[in-house]
Design a protein around this ligand. Structure first.
Ligand code: AKG
Ligand code: FE2
Length: 295
């Protein structure tokens, strides 16, 4: 099966060797730069779409950066890679030649850190204003690019094939995706066989794609290696007419413009920053945080 068939049948697809080793190496170096930049901040920092999710890890007793969003505004490699011709090749059969970019996120899982788990969820829950968009079932693809070797041990993505046809299942509610802890019991409660969850094994340069309804999550990192993952969420331009940055217009890659378009967090329209978020990772404050992690 090609990736388009896989995507339609299973709700996810893997493209092995999506990026060649040179591009992977450039991105790994970019992630190192971003991490250094992020850790200059004492806590979570926000400026428009740019986010450094920084906090003092309760187990490591040192600051870690778990996510960085929209670093294409600060790093030329990240900006070039978000509209790499390979993305067009992979996305065109699903989204056409006019494509908007809605989320750009680096996810780290620092070895030994407490919050390296992502509860099972469907990303549709992060499209809080469906009226702003068109066909959320067919017009959207989220991609995750592996920059190092990843499997169950260091927290690679897990996906549940077929859930893209099941509508919203309501899993992972009531806590944030990163801090709520395991919610495996919710699978059974939703009528799903926990054995149906597929643990992905990815090599550097492999790409995984999933839909807004595909149930997914990832286990904690139990190794001494990080897990380096770059998420980009794309939409058919007609299905995201008023949100997102252009990625491709009639198949041509479009660099970012002069000023950022607020993409996901509508609250930022009122207060785009820059500002620091509260570094309180207690359960109560976590549910209310603006730095909701998902793509
Ligand atoms: O990084 C991961 O393993 C999963 C991330 C995710 O599902 C999300 O951000 O929506
Ligand atoms: Fe997700």
């Amino acid at each position: 099966m090609d990736h388009v068939q896989q995507f339609r049948e299973n709700g996810y697809a893997i493209i092995r060797g999506f990026l060649p080793p040179d591009d992977v190496a450039e991105l790994v170096a970019a992630l190192e730069r971003v991490n250094v930049e992020a850790l200059k901040h004492h806590t979570t920092y926000r400026d428009h779409n740019v986010l450094y999710e920084v906090h003092t890890d309760p187990l490591l007793n040192e600051r870690v950066c778990l996510q960085a969003h929209w670093t294409c505004w600060t790093d030329a490699t990240m900006e070039r890679m978000r509209r790499h011709p390979r993305y067009l090749e992979a996305l065109e059969p699903l989204l056409g030649r006019d494509i908007k970019h809605y989320a750009n996120q680096i996810h780290w899982k620092p070895p030994g850190a407490k919050y390296t788990y992502y509860r099972y969820h469907q990303d549709i829950k992060f499209r809080a204003h469906p009226e702003l968009f068109g066909d959320l079932d067919h017009g959207w693809v989220t991609t995750g690019l592996a920059l190092n070797k990843q499997g169950g041990d260091n927290g690679a993505l897990c996906v549940y094939p077929g859930t893209h046809r099941m509508g919203y299942l309501g899993l992972g509610e009531g806590a944030t995706v990163m801090t709520g802890g395991s919610n495996e019991e919710e699978l059974t409660a939703a009528g799903l066989d926990p054995d149906g969850m597929v643990q992905l094994e990815l090599e550097p340069g492999d790409l995984v794609m999933w839909t807004l309804h595909t149930l997914h999550g990832s286990p904690p990192n139990t190794t001494d290696r990080d897990r380096l993952f770059v998420l980009n969420s794309y939409a058919r331009a007609a299905d995201s007419p008023v949100r997102g940055e252009w990625a491709f217009r009639d198949g041509e890659p479009i660099p970012l413009g002069e000023t950022p378009e607020i993409c996901k967090y509508e609250e930022l329209r009122e207060n785009p920053g820059p500002f620091y978020a509260d570094d309180d990772w207690s359960e109560e404050s976590l549910t209310a945080r603006i730095a909701e992690p998902a793509a």
